[in-house]
Design a protein around this ligand. Structure first.
Ligand code: UDP
Length: 140
């Protein structure tokens, strides 16, 4: 499997509880390298655009309000099979279903406040990276 890049967000529930370093350690232990990172606070319009694919789901408004409630850390992670590897380290969307040792099992508060986002496919990874980072900010 070739070296890939994926997009990650450390969500408000985790930045608020000062878990950024512990979450990054999980990525690094899994062989993922942080090649871009910044701490930002989304506007409502930006959150709605980013999660546009979920706009008709019942949790959309709550999700967007949550995502703007505190700063987030957006990152690009690089490594072999990075998209799948990141999803594995994150664990299932609902922490109740997440495997032991995963970020969501250890840190997530609920299915909504679940500490991390990670791209689910090469196309979404490319789109999400471009949404938050310019080429100049990516240092491989
Ligand atoms: N989410 C939620 N309620 C649900 C399903 C999802 O609040 O019933 C939120 C949750 O924060 C999740 C995000 O919406 O991480 C995106 O959902 P998706 O199904 O894409 O899960 P993910 O890819 O983040 O595991």
């Amino acid at each position: 499997m070739a070296i890939q890049r994926t997009f990650s967000i450390i969500k408000p529930d985790a930045t608020k509880r000062n878990l950024t370093g512990q979450i990054i350690a999980k990525f690094e232990e899994a062989g993922l390298r942080v090649v871009a990172s910044k701490r930002i606070q989304l506007t409502l319009a930006q959150a709605q655009q980013f999660y546009g694919v979920h706009k008709d789901r019942p949790f959309f408004d709550e999700l967007c309000e949550f995502m703007i409630s505190e700063p987030i850390v957006v990152q690009v992670l690089e490594g072999e099979d990075a998209i799948a590897k990141n999803r594995e380290v994150m664990g299932a969307t609902n922490p109740a279903d997440a495997a032991p040792g995963t970020i969501r099992k250890e840190f997530a508060l609920s299915i909504g406040e679940n500490s991390v986002h990670g791209s689910d496919a090469p196309e979404t990874a490319a789109e999400e990276i471009a949404f938050f980072f310019s080429g100049l900010e990516l240092v491989g």
